[in-house]
Design a binder for this molecule. Structure first.
Ligand SMILES: Nc1nc2c(c(=O)[nH]1)N[C@H]1C(S)=C(S)[C@@H](COP(=O)(O)O)O[C@H]1N2
Ligand SMILES: [Mo]
Length: 204
């Protein structure tokens, strides 16, 4: 990185810190690192589906065309990775989590979701967190379709939690009455992951 661009980065970082936009222990990146376990999966629209299961009156399965055809919204939010970088003001476009929830009838007792992705990646998130108005299944980032390495064609975005909860290549979720640990959470990451409380690792 050139001295000029790092000077600019540090200037913006100080501003973000002063405005309370940077959680503790995070530094600002103007780039967008790529981070995931395993390979970038191959996308085949004909085989792709989105499934909602668990504590719903009837399980739901949507094809790519059906999912893609749901009403879309734009949301701007910040993205905080547990490896200590934050990327601010990301413009996401996609289907709000609450929009998808209009298609199912949730059974009483549903309190957690296990979000499911290609290749067996999972992340657990309380249902209450997913119902926030800025949580969405994003197709676009900063006006461009998401690249495959960033989770395209569609990824979940949960801005208020560390980015490992923002599941790339998402394929659905299961609603549960208890918290079931996902991939990183089983490997020692915090079960909730609030960046403002630095909930990076599990204490147990
Ligand atoms: N399916 C899947 N989603 C994932 C991951 C992964 O390994 N697999 N890694 C998570 C982590 S740790 C981070 S920081 C973000 C990174 O997203 P990015 O590569 O677009 O920056 O994706 C999250 N979503
Ligand atoms: Mo991460």
């Amino acid at each position: 990185m050139s001295l000029f661009s790092d000077g600019r980065r540090r200037e913006l970082e100080n501003k973000a810190r002063a405005e309370g936009r940077l959680p503790p222990g995070q530094s600002l990146t103007l780039k967008w690192p790529v981070l995931h376990a395993g390979e970038v999966p191959h996308f085949d629209a004909a085989k792709w589906d989105f499934k909602i299961s668990g504590l719903v009156d009837a399980p739901l399965r949507l094809s790519w065309e059906e999912f893609r055809g749901l009403p879309q919204r734009e949301v701007t939010s910040d993205f905080h990775c547990v490896t200590r970088w934050s990327r601010l003001n990301n413009q996401w476009k996609g289907v709000l989590f609450t929009e998808v929830m209009k298609l199912v009838s949730v059974k009483t007792g549903a309190r957690f979701a296990l979000v499911l992705a290609e290749e067996g990646y999972t992340a657990n998130v309380p249902l209450e967190d997913l119902l926030r108005p800025d949580v969405l299944f994003a197709f676009d980032h900063d006006g461009e379709p998401l690249t495959a390495e960033h989770g395209g064609p569609v990824r979940l975005i949960v801005p208020q939690l560390y980015a490992w909860k923002s599941v790339k290549w998402v394929r659905g979720f299961t609603l549960l009455d208890h918290d079931q640990l996902g991939f990183w959470e089983r490997h020692g990451y915090h079960e909730y992951g609030d960046p403002w409380k630095e909930q990076r690792f599990s204490s147990s």
